[in-house]
Design a protein around this ligand. Structure first.
Ligand SMILES: Nc1nc2c(ncn2[C@@H]2O[C@H](COP(=O)(O)OP(=O)(O)O)[C@@H](O)[C@H]2O)c(=O)[nH]1
Ligand SMILES: [Mg+2]
Length: 180
């Protein structure tokens, strides 16, 4: 807390992490629009290998906002999607990858995140958490951070809950940066 995070306006790869429903996919599109509005060519990759509807959700958000989109529907290998996506989106300055969540942090997700990190080589690793989970955010941030060292935390649904402050202070320890 107290440290303002200024998004870096340069060529970069951003990995979005978080559990189901935290707001990863929505934030992926919002962030892509933000970088586009700053003049950076920005594309997104759907690397949610877990929920079939994820592909359509990000594709529709991307189409509605004029964001280049890549995904391989039905493909369960994250490295395959990433390799093809980086090639397809190579003309973009910023590439944002929407990863699959789980209902809880588990060894399966941990394994997949390690694969994604190796294949995608992200400059930024943003944990997305929902404000309504309050203090539990601290535990989540610690778990994710131990697996994939986080560079930032995005707190979503600040509009719908009074618990945003709790979530923010809870994650400020392990992640050190926050922005919404
Ligand atoms: N009110 C509100 N709803 C949000 C926000 N971000 C995401 N949502 C909603 O939360 C639900 C889950 O979001 P989604 O991006 O699909 O989460 P994901 O499972 O982490 O990819 C969707 O219904 C979104 O419309 C936000 O900032 N405010
Ligand atoms: Mg999603």
């Amino acid at each position: 807390m107290g440290e303002k995070h200024e998004p870096r306006l340069q060529k970069q790869r951003i990995l979005m992490l978080g559990l189901f429903g935290s707001g990863k996919t929505t934030s992926t599109a919002k962030l892509a629009k933000f970088y586009q509005s700053r003049g950076l060519k920005t594309g997104v990759i759907c690397c949610d290998t877990f929920r079939p509807a994820a592909f359509e959700q990000l594709m529709q958000l991307s189409e509605a906002n004029g964001i280049p989109f890549f995904g391989l529907k039905g493909e369960t290998s994250a490295p395959k999607i990433i390799k093809a996506g980086l090639d397809k989106l190579k003309d973009n300055d910023v590439i944002i990858l929407d990863s699959s969540g789980r209902s809880a942090f588990d060894s399966d997700l941990q394994k997949e995140l390690k694969q994604i990190s190796e294949a995608f080589e992200p400059n930024e690793r943003f944990l997305v958490i929902s404000a309504d989970i309050g203090q539990v955010a601290g535990k989540q941030a610690t778990e994710f951070n131990a697996s994939v060292p986080l560079t930032g935390v995005i707190v979503t649904k600040m509009d719908g809950s009074g618990k945003g402050g709790g979530a923010l202070s809870a994650v400020s320890q392990p992640a050190q940066k926050s922005h919404s």
